[in-house]
Ligand binder design. Structure first.
Ligand code: TRP
Length: 456
């Protein structure tokens, strides 16, 4: 990509992406993570499989792409963290949306790092005999034993958080861009190899059917809300991560085109991960609704069926941990950008303080798979509750504010910013505006109300 993308219009003192490709990969790095490989298959498994997939895709390519473009527009026009950007461009009550976003990011990072810690642990476990288990069911027992330990998972959680802080300390460009350019493509290749192995396992066909043949009579408002929350979570939307990444963009970069690339990468990764996990679940007679442990139970069983399975397993969990890192970094970056821009805190102090806070807040999430298993609300444990509150409530609320802001408050400036003052006209400009003004706010509010059961 053209080098001169970078220098132009950079406000003094703010980081900038190296190239357009670097930006796309960094944003894709934020999007592609545990949400695709860990969360998507088990949420799909929990919500009827193929029905969920169809609703998910419909949401991603209408509401999802529109919210993402809206976030980049706000970020690039406001050149700030979410709170600062809303203050600068809107004032009034708008910055509230930014505060909700910062809070959502902190909640998500807290449990995200716990799960990412599991992937680190599984790197070591895969290399030291995990795959020698006698049958697929015993992987479930292994995972339950590990995740219910009081201390070991917390050490991995601490280690992962330390990596995240270390990258954010160095600033966006040097820290984030590089890891995405090389490692994401590798993860894609490996997922594709795994999908081939999984769908050719004996008995995988019923899993493929479960995943790809929708039965619309099973559709419920709860499934639609789950798909909405998953779409925002997976695309890193609704809390200002993409506002923050957009604020590091030079004005020349083509935003609508970038949005389609990033969404395409993310959706492909989730789709392929589902195609690995769900067929394998059926082939090994596991339970598709097993919840957060699903990948950690299913994938070892797949690796055990492959030649050089240990090598693949180690490589896979390393890549997954790195994919998680390029996402966790974007979660931490939002809070850090807020404290740096709005509170004048040094970057270093902000990164360490927010990281330490999220480590502490993650402890209950980790314990909720063991000692604190019985602490539940609405039938959900602490980790699930944090995820549900942030993903299915706070992100949709944030997204409503974001599209409403772009659709109703920014006026003509939004389209000018999205198209680079006409340098990058895009075919879906009219549709985007319409979705931001009407479709997305109404649909998201409606899904929230229906899915939360507020209509009784
Ligand atoms: N999208 C990431 C994933 O799928 C997680 C993530 C990173 C995120 N930044 C975010 C989720 C911002 C919501 C908001 O793993």
């Amino acid at each position: 990509m053209a080098r001169n993308d970078t220098a132009e219009g950079a406000p003094a003192g703010r980081g900038q992406w190296g190239t357009r490709a670097g930006f796309i990969l960094a944003a894709a790095g934020s999007a592609v993570g545990l949400g695709n490989v860990w969360k998507f298959p088990y949420v799909a498994g929990d919500n009827g499989g193929a029905v969920f997939l169809v609703v998910y895709l419909a949401i991603v390519f209408t509401v999802g792409v529109s919210v993402m473009l809206a976030e980049f527009v706000i970020g690039r026009a406001g050149e700030r963290n979410p709170v600062g950007a809303f203050k600068r461009l809107g004032g009034g009550a708008w910055p509230t949306a930014g505060y909700i976003g910062v809070a959502a990011g902190i909640i998500i990072l807290s449990f995200y790092s716990v799960v990412a810690g599991w992937t680190l642990a599984y790197v070591v476990k895969s290399a030291t005999g995990l795959l020698a288990a006698p049958d697929a069911a015993s992987y479930g027992a292994r995972f339950a034993a590990f995740s219910s330990e009081p201390v070991e998972p917390l050490l991995w959680h601490a280690l992962f958080m330390a990596f995240t802080v270390a990258i954010v300390l160095r600033g966006v460009k040097r820290g984030i861009e590089f890891s995405c350019v090389v490692l994401l493509p590798m993860l894609f290749v490996l997922l594709a190899v795994l999908a081939v192995r999984a769908v050719t396992l004996p008995g995988a066909v019923s899993g493929v059917e479960f995943y790809l043949a929708p039965d619309f009579s099973k559709l419920t408002p709860g499934i639609v809300l789950a798909a909405l929350g998953q779409a925002f979570f997976s695309l890193s939307l609704g809390m200002g991560a993409m506002i923050t990444y957009g604020s590091y963009l030079p004005h020349r970069v083509n935003l609508p085109g970038s949005v389609l690339w990033i969404t395409g990468f993310d959706t492909l990764a989730a789709f392929v991960a589902g195609l690995v996990v769900l067929p394998a679940v059926f082939a090994f007679s596991l339970d598709p609704a097993a919840g957060p442990g699903l990948v950690f139970i299913t994938l070892p069983a797949v690796f055990a069926q492959m030649p050089a399975g240990e090598v693949f397993a180690v490589l896979f969990f390393v890549l997954l941990a790195i994919a998680a890192l390029t996402s966790s970094v974007s979660l931490l970056e939002v809070g850090v950008a807020y404290f740096v821009d709005e509170r004048g805190m040094p970057r270093r102090t902000a990164a360490i303080a927010v990281g330490a806070f999220c480590f502490l807040a993650g402890i209950p999430a980790s314990l909720s798979l063991g000692a604190w298993k019985d602490v539940t609300l609405f039938g959900k444990g602490i980790l699930d509750l944090m995820d549900y509150a942030a993903s299915n409530v706070m992100l949709p609320l944030g997204a409503i504010a974001i599209v409403a802001f772009v659709g109703w408050r920014m006026g003509g400036r939004a389209l000018a910013e999205a198209s680079g003052n006409g340098a990058h006209p895009f075919a879906w400009a009219g549709a985007w505006r319409f979705v931001c003004r009407y479709v997305a706010p109404i649909a998201v509010a409606w899904i929230l109300i229906g899915g939360l059961g507020l209509r009784g």
